[in-house]
Design a protein around this ligand. Structure first.
Ligand SMILES: Nc1nc2c(ncn2[C@@H]2O[C@H](COP(=O)(O)OP(=O)(O)OP(=O)(O)O)[C@@H](O)[C@H]2O)c(=O)[nH]1
Ligand SMILES: [Mg+2]
Length: 442
């Protein structure tokens, strides 16, 4: 999209013109029991304006004409029907076979400066084989830089997703950008082919089907730490950054979770390779919280691949001891020499030939892809935005849930691949190789 041309009103108008491409053919009941159902606006508006059916004056007169009373009684039922919903939460406990049980999933994605990876994320969304009519999407965009267009692009793609035109837009966007070209040369061919294949036809039957709803929020939480690879990985910034992410996640789930949701699926925007059946694959174990393993590809000269998300782990005696020596507010972060926890990391348990269904119980979880039963959030568990047992955000979420008695698990051999962003060191290394190659040619 040309950024200069961006205008939300014309976007909405344009989408209205296109509306109907899909809506006409949709027969799934889930689209029609959408909770923002058609209200009789005139009726509701009257009550909003404060039409007083019962008025007690300063002289203690009660104004209640028979006429008004009849109108009120007549309309009261409609008013209540449009404001009060009844749910039996037993129906939304989360079934391991959510597809058959028609379980609703709330899929939440936090985003920051994510414009460049949005085509990738939307390809993944369309790839999801969990019935789209059962999924409500919720995006939170925060603290983007001035020149970043995450929000605008997100709106644009979301409208196209829902009217069925996104597939043709994405066809014209290459999988990789110009700046990826240097490092792509050094990536394993087999891996790149797998990525290519996962985004090529034939697609699953519901690929272009609209989702049940999409909500987009923009709200800043004051994140000032850079979103670059080196900025966000410095050890000192982790505690502050993670607590702030906790606030952002809690805000998003509080504002989107409805009684009828049975599951909540959290997904980071920067995932490169993932099976489209991931929701069902995590759901079938009937755990309260379930995460896959997360690795990332590397240039061949760095060994092809690497365990990536170290935030999914099993608690260790050494980490408990370490916690005793720390201040109450200190946040332990995995993968830094400053915090020798000796925990077992889900990432390190992977065997490429291992059984995809093998499961281990976990204490901390990483946030890249978390499937949780909605009841976990409904019962008050959240992503601590303060230090909880020397952890914050997703790791503290896992710990807190476990302490409350929920089952928390991870799949060591089921892998999601995080995108590879070359660090400055890696880029330097590649530049040297390029120079050497050119010299060899001469
Ligand atoms: N709303 C919001 N989203 C954020 C913020 N920072 C990161 N995100 C998003 O949260 C997800 C995870 O962010 P990453 O920056 O990849 O952080 P991370 O996954 O903890 O770090 P890595 O594992 O190193 O990638 C991504 O979808 C980001 O776009 C933030 O401050 N606010
Ligand atoms: Mg990431």
């Amino acid at each position: 999209m040309n950024v200069e041309d961006f205008d939300i009103n014309s976007l909405i108008k344009d989408s209205k013109d296109k509306k109907g491409l899909y809506a006409l053919g949709l027969k799934d009941i889930e689209y029609y029991n959408y909770d923002f159902r058609n209200l009789d606006v005139d009726t509701i508006h009257k009550f909003d304006k404060g039409i007083k059916h019962y008025l007690i004056t300063h002289e203690a007169d009660i104004y209640s004409s028979e006429e008004n009373k009849a109108v009120l009684e007549n309309e009261l039922e409609m008013l209540l029907a449009s404001n009060v919903e009844k749910y039996d939460l037993h129906d939304f406990k989360g079934d391991p076979d959510g597809v058959t049980n028609r379980d609703h999933v709330l899929l939440l994605v936090p985003l920051r400066n994510a414009e460049a990876v949005l085509p990738l994320m939307f390809r993944h969304l369309m790839n999801l084989t969990y019935p789209h009519e059962l999924i409500d999407l919720g995006f939170l965009v925060s603290d983007c830089s001035q020149d970043d267009k995450t929000l605008e692009t997100l709106l644009d793609y979301s409208l196209s997703l829902q009217n069925g035109t996104l597939i043709s837009i994405l066809e014209n966007i290459p999988l990789y950008t110009e700046s990826d070209m240097l490092h792509l040369k050094y990536m394993q061919k087999e891996y790149l082919e797998m990525v290519e294949k996962s985004f090529s036809p034939p697609f699953h039957l519901g690929y272009t089907k609209p989702f049940r709803s999409i909500q987009i929020f923009e709200k800043n939480f004051g994140q000032i730490i850079g979103q670059g690879f080196s900025d966000r990985h410095a050890v000192k910034v982790q505690g502050v950054r993670r607590k702030l992410m906790g606030r952002a996640r809690n805000w998003l789930v509080s504002n989107t979770l409805k009684a009828y949701h049975s599951w909540v699926y959290w997904r980071d925007v920067d995932v490169e390779l993932c099976l489209g059946s991931v929701i069902q694959d995590l759901m079938k174990f009937d755990y309260d919280i379930m995460v896959p393993n997360v690795w990332r590809p590397l240039p061949t000269f760095l060994g092809n691949e690497q365990p990536y998300d170290l935030n999914s782990w099993i608690e260790s005696p050494a980490a408990r001891q370490l916690a005793q020596t720390l201040d109450e507010d200190d946040v332990i972060v995995e993968g830094y020499a400053e915090y020798p926890t000796w925990r077992v990391h889900l990432a390190n348990l992977r065997n490429p030939k291992g059984d995809l269904d093998e499961l281990v119980d976990l204490d901390g979880v990483g946030g890249v892809s978390i499937l949780a039963k909605a009841k976990v959030f409904k019962s008050g568990i959240n992503f601590p935005a303060y230090t909880f047992e020397n952890h914050a955000e997703t790791e503290a979420f896992g710990k807190m849930a476990k302490k409350t008695g929920y089952r928390v698990g991870g799949l060591p051999h089921y892998v999601l691949w995080h995108i590879y962003e070359p660090s400055e060191d890696d880029l330097r290394d590649m530049a040297v190789r390029e120079r050497d190659d050119r010299r060899d040619l001469n």
